[in-house]
Write a protein that binds this ligand. Structure first.
Ligand SMILES: [Zn+2]
Length: 292
């Protein structure tokens, strides 16, 4: 059996170190641990990922102990979970990396996590934190939201919010590692079963003077196509805001895959008048023509 990829999750703070404290008295250490345990649950029985935690209970670990645990295994990835604090108006989701080799991991997780929180996108950025600086593997520190912000504090402690964000982080990890977010992955209580990732690939041909062929995906009978090249080829104005692609200024359903925003063929028809043809004989092929 192939060796599993070791991912080490790290719930920041613990025990006598509560981390940041929210306006209603909620403690960052509790949020961090809850999220870490949800991630552990999501990866339980994953065929190719061995996910474990630096702490599973409300205990305190020195930063250097956390680093030592990760380096001595050694883990392949290190994910430290935190909530942010600043003024009560500060808001948003951000992901820190220290070494530039960890930046791609930070980018992928930030994209998934931010979309799930719906908070402001503060981006993936450099940060000088011991747990991501002194660990030897690709390492990131997630600041899911601001516990010091009353609205974000409230959401950070809602179970459905936590489930959605944990799932997004797990999907980010899988995307980065290039492993499917496997159907065997158990679901969290109250959550819809997770569908297997393999989005059957389709060939998407755009018929314009500059037309060419792209890769799209078919997920549950919906055709997803890369928004920018195709939208622009057929005369649309493509933008991006708050994790969603915009077509002529209107935000549409978006799926992010490997850093590319995909939109549904349906929305290209609705907003740009695209004419779309699926070849019944070759369901993996779709032809797109601009509006007459
Ligand atoms: Zn923290």
């Amino acid at each position: 059996m192939a060796k599993k990829i070791k991912v080490k999750g790290d719930a920041g703070h613990g025990a006598s170190d509560p981390g940041a404290i929210g306006p209603t008295g909620k403690k960052e250490k509790d949020f961090n641990l809850t999220m870490a345990l949800k991630l552990e649950e999501l990866f339980k029985n994953h065929p190719s990922i061995d996910f474990s935690l630096t702490r599973r209970t409300d205990v305190f670990l020195e930063l250097k102990q956390r680093v030592k645990i990760a380096n001595s295994q050694p883990a392949d990835l290190f994910i430290s979970i935190h909530a942010n604090a600043a003024s009560s108006s500060a808001n948003g989701t951000e992901t820190f990396y220290n070494r530039t080799t960890s930046a791609p991991l930070a980018g992928v997780i930030q994209r998934h996590m931010q979309a799930a929180t719906g908070f402001k996108d503060r981006g993936a950025r450099y940060g000088n934190f011991a747990v991501i600086r002194d660990t030897k593997m690709d390492a990131v520190l997630l600041e899911v939201g601001f516990i010091s912000n009353p609205e974000e504090e409230k959401k950070l402690f809602q179970d459905d919010f936590q489930n959605r964000v944990a799932l997004a982080i797990a999907q980010g990890i899988c995307e980065y590692l290039g492993v499917p977010f496997d159907i065997q992955t158990p679901t969290l209580p109250g959550q819809e079963p997770v569908k297997a990732t393999p989005y059957p690939e389709m060939s998407v041909t755009v018929h314009t003077a500059a037309g060419s062929t792209y890769t799209g995906y078919n997920v549950k009978d919906t055709t997803w196509v890369p928004s920018r090249p195709i939208g622009e080829l057929i005369g649309g104005r493509i933008g991006y805001t708050k994790g969603k692609v915009t077509i002529n200024g209107e935000a549409v359903e978006t799926m992010n895959i490997n850093g590319v925003g995909y939109v549904t063929a349906r929305d290209l028809t609705k907003l740009l008048g695209a004419r779309i043809f699926w070849d019944k004989a070759t369901p993996s092929k779709v032809e797109i023509y601009p509006k007459n």
